[in-house]
Write a protein that binds this ligand. Structure first.
Ligand code: C2E
Ligand code: MG
Ligand code: MG
Length: 651
């Protein structure tokens, strides 16, 4: 296995915890470089604890012995002194034959009731024993027979006449010291445990907790992205060595954000924990489940029988997570999408590549309508690379001015007059030729390039509009661009810079703009209206088509989507819908524009129904500014408009 810094942070409960445990006290640095707990600290703690234990184990008995011996010595010194003084007075009464007064001498010695083990001896001037009380023990329990000896000489006329001596064996003191030493050893052991084992254990536990948090998601307790990648690397290496395949499943909750927005973050957290529980029930113990962030989970599934095994698990997960969740009495139905990538053909040392592939498959699953699973295919990779290239080219395109605006005529149905144009963006790629907005606007939105690009569109369209007095200029705003802060300021600046009247500018937004953060959206829309700018709802009918939007904000125009207009002449649902929208617009005082009018009968139907305005290939394709100018010059006279007659056709 390749050494990896993240191995250091494996929790004991995780597989391979022994290695991690070892690493904790042998490694010096974690991946973030924040924890440095190594063998040095362990060794220092051991040394301190050992010294403290040795001090207690030795100093205590030695001190006991030392002071005990001092005490005993003081005692026999005092006794010897008293004995000597009594013997001295006996000698002074009978200096010639004091040695014969054995009874009195014994009485003196007996008047000091010391322990039996004491030996009292009185010697004469020649050193011969005159009288002795007590005796040395021959069977001392200690190999070293220690004893205290105190002797005192008795003088007469500066001549030694006798000597009194007390001997005190230290056997019992040694025995007591041995007992104290035993207790001290016990204390030393406890001290060692307290100083060495306990702090290190606490430290070890703290480090393990920190390691756990560094490698796991605190809320669900699942491995996080770092640990997941480590495990995936191991699984891929194992698959390569032992055969078999590794599948990576990326699971993304479909409507998690809705729960978070409506029921609050606490409910969102609760939901994530419940989802974790359900996911666990779909997996085997050998599978790894991780939370990569937000509402994204990932699974490593190793073993034979792929891709069937992965498909079975994915299907089970989709079904389990489709079941409703009860969040404190609120029912939440979220569902999920799953993307699967297999290790075959992937570089085994590159877990990121496998994860990225599973992620791509997840996007495909979402595109296919959510609540489903999808396997990664090579074609997705090709699409990914193409998209990356598009991103790079798009950045360059802005700098090299590869963009152009085309303008599509907007005709007033009642008068047959050209009343406005819609600016539509075109990208002329130096190698790939013209690219339509549907292919690059989403990329511009994802990369944030929509900001400068949108501003360029606004600038160019407004500058152009100043040359076409009397025409309205419609400019499309992307939802991402709409949510960028300071939109109204940038519109105001462009109007001021180009000298364009706000009343002649119309901004087209789609319903998706109104989906989120409605208060802020309404504020921005009002700020735009205060500049005199009119606002049109584009592609009406394709989104939620909530009538509430029309009530909350006074739109100036509803643009009926092409998908309804193309079927109007045939009767049926589309006819009824277009008719209803036109009437709705009229009763609310909002102009209606029918997009994508391609035939005379369509135009006639719309005129009869009272639709205010039309645009479409029947009246003119999106065209260059010069062609619009030509159209203005040949402008039809009011009232002469014949709906079945094609007026302008440009490529
Ligand atoms: P949209 O705003 O609904 O624009 C109308 C689209 O329908 C245009 O496609 C136009 O060429 C096409 N169209 C018009 N009449 C007909 C017709 O009779 N038949 C058919 N089949 N199609 C017709 P285009 O230019 O490809 O633009 C597609 C979308 O890209 C636009 O839809 C708009 O949402 C977006 N877009 C275009 N330019 C810009 C721009 O400058 N900024 C932003 N944010 N979006 C833009
Ligand atoms: Mg539009
Ligand atoms: Mg449209």
């Amino acid at each position: 296995m390749r050494a990896s810094p993240s191995t250091v942070f494996r929790h004991p409960s995780a597989a391979g915890s022994d290695a991690a445990h070892l690493a904790l006290f042998t490694s010096q640095r974690d991946p973030s470089g924040s924890w440095v707990i190594g063998s040095g600290l362990a060794r220092l703690t051991t040394v301190i604890a050992t010294i403290a234990a040795l001090v207690v184990a030795t100093v205590l008995p030695l001190a006991y012995f030392h002071f005990g011996q001092q005490f005993e010595a003081g005692q026999i010194e005092a006794e010897t002194k008293q004995e000597a003084s009594l013997v001295s007075s006996l000698i002074s009464h009978n200096p010639a034959n004091w040695q014969t007064e054995i009874t009195r001498l014994l009485a003196i010695l007996n008047s000091f009731p010391g322990p039996e083990a004491y030996t009292h001896t009185i010697y004469d001037a020649k050193g011969s024993v005159v009288v002795q009380l007590g005796h040395h023990s021959k069977n001392a329990p200690w190999p070293l027979a220690l004893e205290l000896v105190e002797a005192r000489r008795i003088y007469q006329a500066d001549r030694v006449v006798a000597q009194v001596e007390i001997r005190r064996p230290l056997d019992d003191l040694l025995t007591r010291t041995a007992f104290v030493a035993a207790i001290a050893s016990l204390l030393a052991l406890l001290l060692f445990v307290a100083l060495r084992v306990m702090p290190l254990r606490a430290l070890q536990r703290a480090v393990q907790d920190a390691s756990f948090l560094a490698s796991h998601d605190a809320m669900t307790g699942l491995p996080n992205r770092t640990l997941f990648q480590d495990r995936l690397r191991q699984a891929l290496a194992q698959s390569r060595r032992l055969g078999g395949e590794t599948a990576v499943l990326c699971v993304d909750l479909d409507r998690f954000k809705d729960v978070n927005d409506t029921l609050g973050h606490a409910a969102g957290d609760q939901l994530l924990r419940r989802v974790t529980g359900r996911l666990r029930t779909c997996l085997r113990e050998t599978d790894t489940l991780a939370r990569l962030g937000g509402d994204e989970f990932a699974i490593i599934q190793s073993g034979p029988a792929q891709p069937e095994a992965a498909a079975v698990v994915a299907q089970r997960i989709v079904e389990r997570l489709a079941e409703p969740f009860d969040l404190n009495g609120h029912e939440a139905i979220i569902g999920c999408s799953v993307g699967i990538a297999l290790s075959t053909g992937m570089p085994s040392d590159n877990p990121e590549a496998v994860l990225r592939s599973a992620d791509l498959a997840l996007y495909r699953a979402k595109e296919e309508g959510r609540g489903t699973f999808c396997f990664f295919e090579e074609e997705m990779n090709i699409r990914l690379n193409a998209r990356k290239r598009l991103e790079t080219d798009l950045r360059r395109a802005l700098a090299e001015e590869q963009f152009q605006l085309h303008y599509q005529p907007q005709i007033d149905l009642a008068s047959g007059r050209l009343v406005g144009v819609e600016a539509l963006l075109r990208w002329y790629h130096p190698e790939r030729g013209p690219i339509l907005p549907g292919d690059f606007i989403p990329v511009a939105e994802d990369t944030g390039l929509i900001g400068p690009l949108g501003e360029w569109v606004l600038q160019t369209a407004c500058r152009q509009a100043t040359r076409w007095p009397g025409l309205k200029m419609a400019v499309n705003l992307s939802p991402v661009q709409f949510r960028m802060p300071g939109l109204e300021l940038s519109v105001a600046r462009v109007l001021a810079e180009t000298g364009m009247l706000g009343e002649r500018l119309e901004l087209e937004i789609t319903e998706s703009v109104l989906l989120h953060d409605t208060e802020a959206t309404i504020t921005t829309l009002r700020a735009l209206k205060n500049l005199g700018v009119s606002v049109a709802m584009d592609d009406f009918g394709t989104g939620y088509s909530s009538l509430g939007y029309l009530r909350r904000f006074p739109f100036d125009k509803i643009k009926i989507d092409r998908s309804f207009v193309c079927d109007v002449a045939e009767g049926g649902d589309a006819t009824a819908i277009v008719r209803a929208v036109v009437r709705l617009g009229r009763s609310l005082g909002i102009r209606t524009n029918a997009e994508g009018v391609e035939t005379g009968p369509q135009a006639e139907f719309l005129a009869v129904e009272g639709c205010d305005e039309v645009q479409g290939y029947h009246f003119g394709r999106p065209m260059m500014a010069a062609d619009i100018e030509q159209m203005i010059r040949a402008a039809p006279i009011a009232g002469e408009f014949n709906t079945s007659q094609r007026r302008v056709t440009q490529g």
